[in-house]
Design a protein around this ligand. Structure first.
Ligand SMILES: [Zn+2]
Length: 173
């Protein structure tokens, strides 16, 4: 059981992202410590995740636009169980949909940020963390929780029929 025991600890590595020809530009930016988003050369619309064709004008041309890396928490959930050993030491942790100031949404776990510090509309910023064997990875952290609605208040408010933003909070059934 020594192998399984080791896998439960900090030694377990996150699975590396699968870099494709389409997403290579995004990861190239990450390696340079920049957050870049796919931008249509036909109409200028940003899109994420990377897609071959612009959903607005159907152009196949694109480049990679630097973005601020700042935004807000649009939505989030809290994971109470780890579905991979690399996350075992982090539960419970929040997974958020981040809405960048440029209007793009992306999903990121918020390891290192206590779930109770996570709130809808809380301001976040990107940072790049060197992960063992993977190099830099874009991560987000809460920089101004004061503007967000507290998690406790939100859960209290949404008990009852308004449960749309509390999915995954681990309510036993
Ligand atoms: Zn376009």
């Amino acid at each position: 059981m020594s192998g399984a025991g080791k896998a439960q600890g900090a030694a377990a590595l996150r699975p590396a992202p699968l870099v494709t020809e389409l997403s290579e530009g995004f990861w190239q930016g990450v390696r340079e410590g920049r957050l870049v988003i796919q931008r249509c050369l036909g109409c200028g619309v940003l899109r994420h995740y990377p897609q071959p064709m612009c959903p607005a004008c159907r152009s196949l041309g694109f480049d990679w636009a630097p973005v601020s890396g700042r935004g807000r928490i649009y939505s989030y959930t809290v994971a109470h169980r780890a579905f991979h050993p690399a996350w075992q030491a982090h539960v419970p942790y929040a997974i958020a949909t981040i809405e960048l100031d440029e209007g793009i949404r992306m999903v990121c776990d918020l390891l290192g940020t206590p779930p109770e510090a996570v709130a809808i509309d809380a301001r976040v910023e990107v940072f790049f963390e060197d992960l063992p064997g993977q190099g830099p990875m874009p991560r987000f952290r809460v920089v101004d929780p004061a503007v967000g609605e507290s998690a406790a208040a939100r859960v209290s408010e949404t008990k009852g029929s308004r449960g749309r933003e509390r999915a995954g909070e681990g309510t036993p059934r």
